[in-house]
Design a protein around this ligand. Sequence first.
Ligand code: ZN
Length: 251
Amino acid sequence: MKIAILSDVHGNLEALTAVLEDLEGRSVDRICFLGDAVGYGADPESCIETLARSAFRSVAGNHDLAAAADRQALGRFHEDAAASIRWTRDALTSKAKERLRQLPMEWRGEGVHLVHGSPCRPDRWEYVLSAKDAERGFGASESRVIFVGHSHVPAAYVEVERKRLFTGVMRRIEAADPAFLRLDPRYRYLLNVGSVGQPRDGDPRAAYAIFEPEAGGYTLLRVAYDVERAAGKIRRAGLPEALAQRLETGN
Ligand code: ZN
């Protein structure tokens, strides 16, 4: 089995299309999506439709649910994010919004756990940015491999030890380099696959991962796409300039 894991497309159809083209020669069995189909980018509707056609499983992201809920207050969002959500609400058809509302907060099956933020209270949209955050995430899941997005930065955490003590469970978590990872069957993993449509790790290319559960394979891939075209659409839509620049720098 070969599974492609995509996250944080954010209305960037050029990046999503480039990733799906890259997948064509790789004989992947299915695609899973970790949320945030929309927000920031200028093609929210086409990204929702494309993902609905191609993904085997999808979970909700914070931008998805905010864009689908016309009356939800946006106080928790950064100014540019809030502006893009308001724009996205106007741009989306009611059918697309209904699709977003139908997304589950998380999905568990076949040894994997898919969630946008952290498995620890998915509805709070917490970030997993440290071994400490990952420890709480492992504590909230029984799955062997937990996939998350949300931060737009690839990361890997490994649960190398778990002991039951009288006082609770002791876990030893180590951060690993997500670019060079083999999955050891003795350990559990929490993996951030980075972002297709708005990378923030300094590399503007789209990021996604291929996971091979039986072979223990995990490959983080980067795909160049037409950044200028995606950024140009953001500018022409009147969305905040910073959102276009972000695509160009990958930050
Ligand atoms: Zn996101």
